[in-house]
Ligand binder design. Structure first.
Ligand code: GTP
Ligand code: MG
Length: 452
């Protein structure tokens, strides 16, 4: 047997898409089917992430995946609940996700967050496939539980198939409008340059075997080199969330994408003001198959290797930031690692101009996404920061020379009371929203009104 599997890390698969299009259901289906197949013990569900080992993938995918063809250990799925985490995980240096699944509801088609997801995948050059979800809702659909999609599709009536085709071609058309060559996945030869559309149902499981097979193939064929890592090297990851945990104080939920992290390791974490140097007190894994967000009981483990999701408890994490890098120091020079973390944070720092609007966002990832959207709309930024809108932001905005730049755009943040009062006095406009494009639009409308 091939021993190179030891050195290949699990590919990270981000599941993205518009709200309610079925991202979590799809993962639930994958988790649930595994339980039904008696594989619960083999599934590890981590923070915001579900690791599905190769044997489980091959069980679910049936004849579509022959485990002997693969030397990857499996797939690590990252659920992105709503817009918020979606941007967070597009963080640091190389994209955190190796590949992505864009979930599109066949009834709903492309929606604002679908487009946002596509833009970011385009910017980060992340290969992706489209899961055209909820095929079971096509009127007259005759379900075939957990079947590969082709036989199920072929078994539908002409009318049902025609109805589904219309919806699928609408999605393929939308992809083509975005500059992608796309087709039904079974007609795609080269998944790197063409987007495969996989019809699925998270409800009935139809198409899930195909989805898993395509993702395994994509990772194995195109990503293998990137999967080869020094598993024993010092851990490198990205902070997904900063959370209070009873008995542990402030903790960070991270996705580790390289190396290994141990208890007592010295780590450097990106902080609001400067890199935080601290020591791992505990590594906490949610129970297998527990839902991350509501998980309250954790198993303490001594070490974890990439790729994995894990909660890290350590002192002094109060100022840690979602989207920031986390690095294990290991036997390297501490100052060097601090500089690396600082550089990674600075990389995120947005290009600013002499005159422009003030931008605030809840995470580094969403700040980046905001900066991208504003740059596309040719709106200059004078200052971009993570955090709620505070009086000093109003002070900065009020100094804008161009009247049109006396504005603060806040993504997913609160406006502190004093800031709102001060903005009134200083005649600074504050816009907040949790959809980036709407935020940009609101500001654009203001600009147009002023120009008339
Ligand atoms: P957010 O996390 O809020 O962005 O949503 P999501 O994309 O994770 O969607 P979720 O999985 O929560 O599903 C939203 C709704 O759609 C739920 O009521 C699901 O039961 C339903 N749903 C998801 N997939 C399917 C499907 O394949 N068929 C049908 N009929 N319903 C589905
Ligand atoms: Mg969800």
């Amino acid at each position: 047997t091939d021993t190179s599997a030891d050195a290949l890390r699990t590919p990270i698969v981000a599941v993205l898409g518009h709200v309610d299009h079925g991202k979590t259901s799809l993962l639930d289906k994958i988790r649930g089917s595994a339980v039904i197949e008696g594989e619960a013990g083999a599934i590890t569900q981590h923070i915001g992430a579900t690791a599905v080992p190769l044997d489980v993938v091959s069980d679910m995918a049936g004849e579509l995946v022959d485990p002997d063809d693969f030397d990857l250990p499996g797939l690590l799925f990252i659920d992105t609940p709503g817009h918020h985490s979606f941007t967070t995980l597009r963080s640091r240096g190389g994209a955190l996700a190796d590949i992505a699944v864009l979930v599109v509801d066949v009834n709903d088609g492309f929606q604002p967050q679908t487009l946002e997801a596509i833009n970011i995948l385009q910017n980060t050059q992340t290969p992706f496939i489209v899961a055209a979800n909820k095929v079971d809702t096509v009127p007259g659909w005759n379900p075939n539980e957990d079947s590969p999609i082709k036989p199920s599709y072929d078994a539908q009536s002409d009318r049902v198939r025609g109805d589904l085709d219309d919806r699928l071609y609408a999605i393929i058309g939308e992809l083509s409008d975005q500059g992608f060559s796309a087709d039904m996945y079974w007609r795609v030869q080269d998944f790197q340059n063409n987007i495969g559309v996989v019809p699925v149902s998270a409800m009935t499981g139809e198409g899930v075997p195909d989805l898993l097979a395509v993702m395994m193939g994509l990772s194995q064929r195109y990503m293998k080199e990137e999967m080869a890592i020094d598993v024993d090297g010092p851990g490198v990851g990205t902070v997904l969330e900063v959370k209070e945990e009873r008995g542990f104080g402030t903790t960070v939920d991270i996705v580790l994408y390289d190396g290994t992290i141990h208890e007592d390791d010295t780590i450097v974490v990106g902080g609001e003001n400067q890199p935080i140097v601290t020591e791992v007190r505990a590594l906490l894994q949610p129970r297998p198959l527990a839902e991350i967000r509501t998980e309250s009981r954790f198993e303490q483990v001594e070490s974890v290797g990439a790729a994995a999701g894990i909660k890290v408890a350590a002192p002094d994490l109060d100022e840690a930031m979602a989207g920031a890098p986390i690095r294990v120091v290991g036997d390297r020079d501490l100052d060097e690692v601090i500089e690396e973390v600082r550089a990674e944070l600075a990389q995120v720092a947005v290009d600013t101009e002499e005159d422009g609007v003030v931008v605030k966002a809840d995470t580094l990832g969403s700040l980046e996404a905001m900066a991208d959207a504003l740059s596309e709309a040719e709106i200059p930024i004078v200052r971009a920061e993570v955090g709620d809108i505070a009086p000093r932001d109003v002070a900065v905005a009020s100094t804008a020379e161009d009247e049109l730049h006396r504005a603060i755009l806040g993504f997913n943040v609160d406006v502190l009371g004093d800031a709102a009062d001060r903005a009134d006095v200083e005649d600074v406009k504050i816009y907040t929203d949790d959809v980036i494009y709407q935020l940009v639009e609101e500001y654009d409308t203001f600009v147009e009104d002023q120009r008339q």
